[in-house]
Design a protein around this ligand. Structure first.
Ligand SMILES: [Zn+2]
Ligand SMILES: [Zn+2]
Length: 639
């Protein structure tokens, strides 16, 4: 086995990994979670079936956390069966942030039920019940579980001649590949979080189940930190803030996954879009516009009508042909490129659009602004020669970094996805093209001094790509920008340019979107700033608050003065106490409140209050305006 110091030690047949760990140190045995035996995961208590290469995984390994969380899911299921014996079990996998278990039961689980289940889980935890592996033949299993339809389906689909089950205590048994932690006392920190509807196998035509979500960590401290983060995320939920701040809505009458930007959200969206269009022009892109509906024939040539049809809205029949709502902008840009002959001297051609696309997503996965059915991509396609490709990718990456910096994100991660070297045959394009593309991406990453994790065999089938994930104010990662090569579409559409040699060549094509989708990016901004947008983005930058009716005329004059300089400003002239007006402006997260009473009127001043720093003292309108204009010009992230 591999020892902590890296040295190897042979482990004979019949040994149990846990005993091997004990023979090394009791500390290792206590911290051991699961074993890896000849590359496969093994329960620590399962004897080795042959001489093996053994690795003990401790709480420091991410795979061990998955096993630990999945074991907690069994604990949950065992507790549910004790309390509600009529329940049928679905599946219970670990997730990125915890675990869930699907149950079929007539009565809905209530929040009080979750508390009772959690208490029962602790009881089972204290009993230190072992997770015991049991082998059953498929024939026996099907007979044994003839009344348990979900288990039967799983056995029919997944089991070999012999399959494994795991028991937990005398009454609990579940179909499972394993592995698990040795016993329940190993599970030290967990929490049930919520219950939601789910469908068997994620398909809405199947039976509806109840999914209980929970999370588990190796220590109580990590769990507490995670729960705090969940609370913080709830406060920042863009769906909640979108309503409270009157930014956007989804209208039942119009349909799910379709977004309505209200005036305040629209103001912010205009700034986001204007910034991007200005950047396109500055960086040598040409702005184009393409139709939302095009003949289905086009989507057949592009291939979308085949491999992408599940994600497309159904075609519509018109006089002359079937038409298709566009799920992507690429074919439109390709038609523009193809409209005239190109020489190598015209390249690179960079066509950019804020292009609205429609994609069919199942109703169950729609989520606020993050998963929608209609959205606008800041989409551009670059057509260039092989010699130009590296510089083009560098430009894209620098552009992406600028987007992040401008909108106030300091941290990000990049991921470079490559192919499998052509082994599986699932990737399109020649070896030469893949090597050219991948090495251009790698060199571009080096030149921009971005650090990128290389993920082999994760490329799109049509080419390698770089994805950029940003890290938000509370440490969450969000997939944002993508720069992707495409070897397929130039061939499908027979794109050409005339090279220096006078011969026809196929240009390289790069898809790139930096915001990703404007809707999604907007949602991320709402969560990152918790609705308190930087002054340059805030839909209302300042509000003038007269203390009594006597100052209304003066307040209107202040408003005019600021508005004349392009500041987004309003007056709250309601007959309300100024404290209430301040409180409401604060809740609306308006950056500056300008209180005006008799003294301010006399001296031509405003009493400035900032949403974050409170009272800023009395300033002349001129002085305040100067400071505000500076913050806006600098795009200061938070004030
Ligand atoms: Zn299991
Ligand atoms: Zn594209």
């Amino acid at each position: 086995m591999t020892l902590p110091d890296g040295s190897q030690q042979a482990v004979p047949e019949g040994s149990r990994p846990l005993d091997v760990a004990k023979s090394i140190s009791s500390r290792l045995a206590d911290d051991a979670v699961v074993a890896r035996v000849n590359g496969d995961f093994f329960d620590l208590t399962r004897p080795l079936e042959q001489d093996s290469t053994l690795e003990i995984l401790t709480s420091r390994s991410p795979e061990a956390l998955q096993v630990y969380r999945h074991s907690t899911a069994h604990l949950l299921a065992a507790a549910v069966l004790e309390l509600y014996p009529e329940t049928k079990l679905g599946i219970g996998p670990p997730t990125e942030a915890g675990f869930y278990y699907d149950f079929q039961r007539e009565t809905p689980f209530t929040p009080e039920d979750l508390e009772a289940i959690e208490a029962r889980m602790w009881k089972l935890q204290e009993k230190d019940l072992p997770y015991e592996r049991k082998l059953t033949s498929k024939t026996d299993g099907l007979a044994l579980y003839k009344d348990d339809w979900m288990k039967r389906e799983l056995i029919e689909e997944k089991a070999g001649e012999i399959f494994t089950e795991y028991t937990l205590g005398p009454d609990f048994i579940d179909f499972c590949r394993g592995p698990h932690v040795p016993s329940t006392a190993r599970i030290k920190a967990f929490k049930l979080l919520s219950v939601a509807g789910a469908y068997w196998k994620g398909n809405e035509h199947n039976a509806r189940l109840q999914r209980i979500y929970g999370t588990a960590f190796f220590s109580k401290k990590e769990l507490a930190a995670h729960l705090e983060k969940i609370e913080e995320a709830k406060k920042r939920d863009h769906r909640k803030l979108g309503q409270e701040l009157d930014l956007f809505s989804i209208q039942e009458l119009a349909g799910p996954g379709l977004i309505f930007f209200h005036p305040k959200g629209g103001t912010i969206r205009k700034i986001i879009e204007d910034w991007m269009r200005d950047q396109y022009v500055k960086r040598g892109y040409s702005l184009v516009y393409t139709p939302h509906v095009m003949r289905r024939e086009l989507w057949k040539i592009s291939g979308h009508a085949g491999y992408y049809s599940e994600n497309m809205f159904a075609p519509m029949e018109l006089d002359d042909a079937e038409y298709q709502l566009k799920p992507m902008n690429c074919p439109g840009h390709i038609l523009i490129y193809r409209d005239k002959p190109h020489s190598y001297r015209d390249l690179p051609v960079r066509l950019g659009e804020l292009g609205t696309v429609y994609r069919y997503e199942r109703a169950g996965v729609l989520h606020g602004l993050l998963r929608v059915r209609g959205f606008t991509q800041d989409d551009a396609h670059i057509f260039c020669t092989p010699e130009q490709i590296e510089d083009e990718v560098v430009n894209c990456l620098e552009f992406a970094a600028d987007v992040l910096k401008t909108f106030g994100f300091d941290a990000y991660e990049a991921e470079l996805s490559t192919w499998d070297g052509g082994v599986s045959g699932k990737y399109d394009g020649t070896k030469e093209l893949w090597e050219l593309g991948e090495s251009a991406l790698k060199r571009a990453v080096e030149r921009t001094k971005m650090t990128a994790v290389v993920t082999p065999d994760e490329a799109a089938f049509y080419g390698p790509k770089i994805d950029v994930k940003l890290v938000d104010a509370i440490g969450r990662k969000w997939q944002l920008s993508t720069v992707q090569f495409d070897f397929t579409l130039p061939r499908r559409f027979e794109l050409e340019y005339v090279g220096e040699d006078g011969k026809k060549h196929q240009p390289l094509m790069v898809h790139r979107a930096l915001y990703g989708s404007v809707e999604r990016f907007f949602g991320i901004l709402v969560e990152h700033y918790a609705g308190a947008f930087p002054v340059w983005l805030a839909p209302v930058q300042a509000i003038v608050l007269p203390i009594t009716d006597r100052q209304i005329d003066y307040a209107n004059k202040v408003e005019e003065q600021l508005a004349a300089k392009g500041i987004r400003v309003t007056v709250d002239d309601r007959k309300e106490k100024v404290n209430l007006k301040i409180r409401e402006a604060q809740l609306q997260k308006i950056p500056y409140m300008l209180v005006v009473g008799d003294r301010e009127v006399e001296s031509g001043a405003v009493s400035v209050r900032n949403r974050k720093h409170g009272d800023q003292g009395v300033k002349s309108v001129h002085e305040f305006l100067g400071q505000l204009e500076q913050l806006i010009a600098d795009k200061t992230p938070a004030e």
